[in-house]
Every structure is written in C-alpha cells, then in structure tokens.
Design a protein around this ligand. Structure first.
Ligand code: FES
Length: 289
C-alpha cells in the first residue's frame, strides 16, 4: 500500500486512543484511508484490521457491507444512479441510458480521462425526488447558483443531467485537484461549496459531561468526537456564561480551582470554523463519601 502521510498516521493514532476497544474505530479508519487513497484496497483493509486489532475477515466483511466504501479506483466524479423502485418508476433507466450515451461508458466503467465513473445503486433515500443520483457524496438532481442541488419532488431529466455533467467538468477545470475534505468532518456539502464552508454539518457536542467537587475545586470530565479541534469550558456567573478554560482536545479533564458545589458549567466545542451546540448545563455535585 502506498505510504500514509505523517498527518494521516497521526490522525489514526489519535483516533484509536479514543476507543477503549480499537475495533470500534474501524469505520472511521476506513473513511480516513479512503479519503487519502480514493478507495480501499485489500491491503488497506488488512492494514486497518491490524491497527484496529480485529481479524482481516471481520474487517473485510465490514468494508464490503457498506456501499460507501469503494473497492476499486473510480473517476473523480462517481455518479451513483439509483435504480430502485421509486426511481425506476420515475424513469431511472432512461436517465442511466442517457448518462451512458453522453459519457460513452456503461455503468461500472470509468471515462478514459478518469473524470467520471457511473454506477447503479439501490435506494439512496431520495425517493420523493427521483430519478435521483449522488455525485460522490452529494445528492444532485440539478445545478443552481453554481452548486449541486436536489429539490423536493424534482428528479433528474436530460437537461438537468447535462447541467450536472457540465458542473463537474467546470469544477475539474477550475480545481485540477479536488479540494481535500475532512473525511470525518461532516455529512454533506463536500462539493457544494469549498471545504469548511458553512454547509458542513456541525460536529456533535461534548458528551458525558460531568462535574464533581474535589479537594482542589470542581473537576469536569467529558468526551468529544474526533473532529473537534477546540473546546471551551464556561461557568455561569449570574445570568451570564464566562469562559474559564480552553483545554486541549487531548485533555479529558479540567479543574476549576474556584468552583464549588452548585456551580454550573457547559462545554462548547468547535471543529474548524464550525461551532457545535453547547453541551448540557449542570451543577457540580458533592463527591459521595
Ligand atoms: S428509490 Fe431511488 S432514492 Fe429511493
């Protein structure tokens, strides 16, 4: 397997430390590998099994269960056409044939310039807007304001498909390399705008936040998602919240030396430029004797 970048190795290492059972990180490790190499080779799956301390057979079963993992290199734009019932009734076969004709390839093939791969997939959860497709990870049945969009109840037709193909070609001309996206940083919006634009879903808030009165003040603990890049602990002062510390993302505990039983805290996490919802507020409880 081609070597990982140092950044990716460090990221996987940090990720694995967050799970008491390393196997739990398998899906995310696959996702990071795929974002670096574009697909998951058997060798990569074996490597992931090794670092996640599970059997290669288990890792392979997981990698092949989820269709979002690719097992062969694809073109830069993977056009995934839904062929399931609702889309079929709405004309998916016609649209797939039109795409095949326009790009000069059959489903399962890649254009010679490596720009497009066409695949048939089962329901992508856009049944009310069929026939529907994904361009890489994004729903797309039209192009508006220079972005891929999918509007409720409006499926693909030849004209809209032309616009999507043209959008992909324009993007390839404008960005010879697809701008890198954070593989764990969001759910949608990968190529609607630039990476880290506001259409990325915010990361989850800090979870399992607890505060306990200890000898040196109030000890606060939490758990955060791997994509969190900064966190702030705040304490309530009257009706206002005041920042009292910025622990690092590696920290798992913060002590408020001036805190006492009854103090209220909350944690705010951010990922890149995106701020999450605040964590639950709570009062510090006295430590049971
Ligand atoms: S049947 Fe095509 S998205 Fe559900």
């Amino acid at each position: 397997m081609t070597e990982f970048t140092e950044e990716t190795k460090a990221r996987i290492e940090a990720l694995l430390k967050q799970y008491p059972v390393k196997q739990s990180a398998l899906l995310e490790v696959f996702w990071i590998i795929q974002s670096e190499f574009g697909w998951l080779s058997k060798e990569a799956v074996r490597w992931a099994a090794n670092v996640c301390e599970c059997s290669p057979a288990h890792a392979w079963g997981v990698a092949t269960f989820y269709t979002m993992y690719k097992h062969a290199p694809t073109g830069r734009f993977l056009l995934q056409f839904c062929q399931n019932v609702c889309c079929h009734i709405a004309g998916a076969e016609d649209i797939i044939s039109i795409a095949e004709r326009k790009l000069g390839i059959k489903a399962g093939e890649t254009t010679s310039d490596n720009l497009f791969t066409i695949v048939r997939v089962e329901c992508i959860g856009a049944c009310g807007s069929g026939p529907a497709m994904l361009v890489n990870d994004d729903f797309a049945t039209d192009v508006k304001n220079n972005s891929l969009v999918m509007e409720q109840g409006i499926g693909l037709n030849e004209e809209r498909l032309d616009k999507i193909i043209m959008w992909c070609k324009d993007r390839a001309a404008k960005f010879p390399q697809e701008p890198k996206r954070d593989p764990l940083g969001g759910i949608t919006g990968a190529i609607h705008g630039e990476p880290h634009s506001l259409d990325f879903a915010p990361p989850p808030p800090a979870l399992g936040v607890k505060a306990t009165v200890v000898e040196s003040g109030v000890s606060i603990i939490w758990k955060i998602a791997p994509e969190v890049t900064a966190l702030t602990v705040e304490r309530k002062n009257g009706s206002k919240w005041e920042a009292i510390g910025n622990p690092s993302t590696k920290d798992k505990e913060f002590t408020d030396t001036t805190g006492k039983a009854g103090s209220e805290y909350r944690i705010i996490t951010t990922s890149g430029e995106n701020r999450t919802r605040v964590s639950f507020c709570f009062s510090a409880a006295a430590k049971p004797k």
